[in-house]
Design a protein around this ligand. Structure first.
Ligand code: ADP
Length: 272
């Protein structure tokens, strides 16, 4: 299974005074089972990029293939694509609305036309996967903590049984404990369910800890697309595009701790 982007350009408000090119010449392929991190400065195009992956935003030009089939061909089943490529927006808990946690997670499968019984089964599995205790199923989602709400929202996407899980800044606004819990849970899902994860973050630490491949976005373009050790070896360049040096020692140590090769093209890790 794969998602392939070919020469993607995206322009907001084309033909108006507010015209803004957000993506330029994007060529990349994402394969099943990967854990891909996407980093970049605010405004570099990360959110716009991921909204293309499930056809939510249509490229101004270029093509996107899901399993070698163009998602832009007429009659293509975009609803089905959105089930396969689950997108978790920033602050997904803002979209919780049902009376109970269980009902909220059932919402997606119900929309897929599954039976009540099947919906509930899927919802319970998804809630278990994100570590939500059974006694919370009948609670109102609004009574939960911030981290729990977010996990329920992620369960709502998992209940659709996607092959690719795309998350836009899933730790935004959480305290350090909530952050670690969410990321550990996502990593566990990736390993246990062999779920491909595409994680957008502005935190190099988060990305370095989990991703097997990293894409660095800058001004709407892919600056690097490589394994973490190689990407972080360009840290002088990364500094120039607003991905700061303060995090670099931590990141390097994280990679070394994982036994991954770390190359530096400028300074040694100790100098950083
Ligand atoms: P990131 O997720 O990396 O912060 P975005 O994809 O949100 O970046 O934004 C990429 C560029 O597109 C930025 O210059 C941003 O200002 C612009 N942009 C994003 N959303 C809109 C919009 N709805 N209308 C116009 N420009 C937008």
């Amino acid at each position: 299974m794969s998602i392939r982007l070919e020469n993607i350009q995206y322009v907001y408000s084309q033909g108006t005074a507010y015209e803004k090119q957000a993506l330029r010449d994007i060529n990349l392929q994402i394969n099943d089972g990967e854990f891909l991190g996407i980093i970049g400065h605010t405004g570099s195009g990360k959110s716009t990029l991921i909204q293309h992956l499930n056809g939510l935003t249509k490229a101004t030009s270029g093509n996107i293939y899901f399993n070698d089939e163009s998602i832009y061909q007429s009659g293509y089943n975009l609803k089905n694509l959105r089930n396969k490529v689950g997108l978790v927006f920033q602050y997904p808990e803002h979209q919780l609305f049902e009376e109970t946690v269980l009902k909220d997670v059932c919402f997606g499968p119900k929309n897929q036309g599954l039976t009540e019984e099947e919906c509930e089964k899927r919802a319970k599995e998804a809630l278990e996967l994100v570590g939500i205790a059974e006694e919370l199923y009948i609670r109102s989602p609004f009574e939960l903590s911030g981290g729990q709400k977010r996990r329920v929202a992620i369960a709502g996407v998992l209940a659709m049984e996607p092959d690719f899980l795309v998350l836009d800044e899933p730790t935004a606004g959480l305290d350090p404990r909530g952050r670690d819990e969410i990321l550990d849970q996502i990593f566990y899902l990736h390993q246990r369910k062999e779920l491909a994860v595409i994680l957008v973050s502005h935190s190099m630490e988060d990305i370095a800890k989990y991703a097997g491949r990293i894409i660095v976005m800058n001004r709407g373009k892919v600056l690097y697309d490589d394994e973490p050790g190689k990407v972080f070896s360009h840290y002088k360049e990364l500094e120039k595009v607003g991905l700061g040096a303060p995090q670099i020692t931590y990141v390097m140590n994280e990679l070394k701790g994982k036994g991954l090769p770390v190359q530096t093209d400028a300074r040694t890790v100790e100098d950083a």
